[in-house]
Design a protein around this ligand. Structure first.
Ligand SMILES: [Zn+2]
Length: 418
């Protein structure tokens, strides 16, 4: 016990802290204060808050201003009469992050600035035919380059990009995306022409991060579940995304709802996706043609039709077949979610992607199953609601993830500038 404790405890540094490291550390402390402030913060307030000397604050502020990470804005009177002071706040004319997303109904690109504000958002409904990885990612590269150029006139420089994909990712490689028919697709390589480094991540994880940033509780715990071609979940506990030991958590679509149910594209049977993916709901509509070619009818690109609008149009017309299909999907979703809530103890479930669009029909059956199956629900009800960001959650989350690297380590951006 003692040996392990000694081994895991803090170790003395190998050498004295270098002067440059100390400067970087002070700069990051000051930057985090400006980032965390609700309103522009003065140099004097920064000196008080950080314990650094006024000359040090002045030098760091100059460095951050020159690097376009912060800007001087407004005045703070501090509630007293006297000379107003200039406040420092995050710049909306410096580094920016790019997000890209492959959705059930098309492709999306988004740019956010350092403040987290969306400055560019484009969506292209079905610009490609089929689901060929080279064609899809080629079109996304074109949209990404267009976005990078579009924000240049707003004095924004895109630093990195993040691509959201509906499936588990290993490095830049999409291991399997049954909904797209992809297996071991090296998406990072296809996006090399973007001109900026591009990370690849699971869309439900990115959407969950988008919701976390957009919400008012930075330490919130919730389960984000995304409907569409496939079904994925992002797990956020105490403000942290739980990716799992290998980064593959949240495969809610392949949780078994019925042990001997319909065959699923993953090879198992009775998975949630066979009930509640857009392909499955569409396939359950009497008279509707499910044009998917994925095994089990669990997903696939819908050529020439928007599955969500087909389903909503019929549900809005109170078509009994559509209402029954949505009720069945909602019940299956509620059963799978109950298992997750029992294990994870989250108090909120956010419905995203297609589930957000269909939430008015899904929420009641989902709640009914959760109330019945979650052991703590009788004294602590679980909140089920659509997402704040709607279908754009993943692409905005991807863009925010890209800029988050600069927010955490502003010195990496400053090093690029010099
Ligand atoms: Zn499955």
């Amino acid at each position: 016990m003692t040996a392990a404790f000694r081994q895991n405890g803090p170790r003395p540094p190998d050498s004295a802290v270098r002067q440059e490291d100390l400067r970087d550390l002070n700069l990051e402390v000051v930057f985090q204060r400006i980032l965390g402030a609700d309103s522009p913060i003065s140099r004097t307030e920064l000196a008080t808050a950080t314990g650094l000397t006024r000359p040090t604050i002045t030098r760091i502020a100059e460095e951050l201003l020159a690097g376009r990470l912060i800007t001087e804005k407004g005045v703070t009177h501090n509630g007293r009469a006297g000379r107003p002071r200039v406040g420092l706040t995050l710049s909306d004319r410096g580094p920016a992050g790019l997000g890209l997303d492959i959705r059930a109904d098309g492709l999306a690109a988004c740019v956010v600035d350092l403040t987290g504000t969306v400055r560019h958002l484009t969506f292209a409904p079905m610009p490609y035919t089929g689901r060929d990885a080279a064609a899809v990612l080629g079109e996304l590269t074109r949209m990404g380059r267009e976005a990078i150029e579009a924000v240049m006139v707003k004095e924004l420089t895109v630093v990195t990009a993040t691509l959201a994909v509906p499936g588990p990712v290993d490095g830049g490689v999409v291991r399997v995306a049954p909904a797209l028919g992809w297996r071991d697709v090296d998406a990072g390589t296809f996006l090399a022409d973007l001109g900026v480094p591009c990370a690849v991540d699971n869309e439900a994880n990115l959407a969950a991060l988008g919701e976390l940033y957009a919400g008012d509780d930075p330490l919130g715990s919730f389960l984000y579940v995304s409907g569409g071609l496939g079904i994925g979940a992002g797990i956020v506990l105490d403000g942290t995304l739980m990716r799992g030991a290998r980064g593959w958590s949240g495969e809610l679509g392949h949780v078994t709802v019925e042990s001997e149910g319909a065959a699923c594209a993953c090879g198992s049977r009775g998975c949630l996706e066979t009930y509640a993916s857009t392909g499955a709901i569409l396939g359950a509509l009497p008279g509707a043609t499910n044009r998917t070619d994925a095994p089990g009818g669990a997903g696939g690109i819908f050529e020439g039709i928007n599955p969500d609008s087909v389903i909503t149009t019929r549900a809005e017309a109170a078509d009994p077949g559509a209402l029954a299909a949505l009720d069945r999907a909602g019940s299956a979703l509620g059963i799978a979610l109950s298992g997750a809530v029992n294990v994870l103890d989250v108090g909120t479930v956010l419905l995203g992607g297609s589930f957000a669009l269909l939430s008015s029909w899904l929420i009641d059956p989902v709640r009914a199953e959760i109330d019945r199956r979650v052991v703590t629900a009788s004294w602590s009800p679980v909140t089920v609601r659509p997402t704040l960001l709607g279908p754009d959650a993943a692409v905005i989350g991807a863009a925010l993830t890209s800029i988050d690297q600069i927010r955490r380590r502003p010195t990496t951006w400053l090093a690029r500038q010099s």
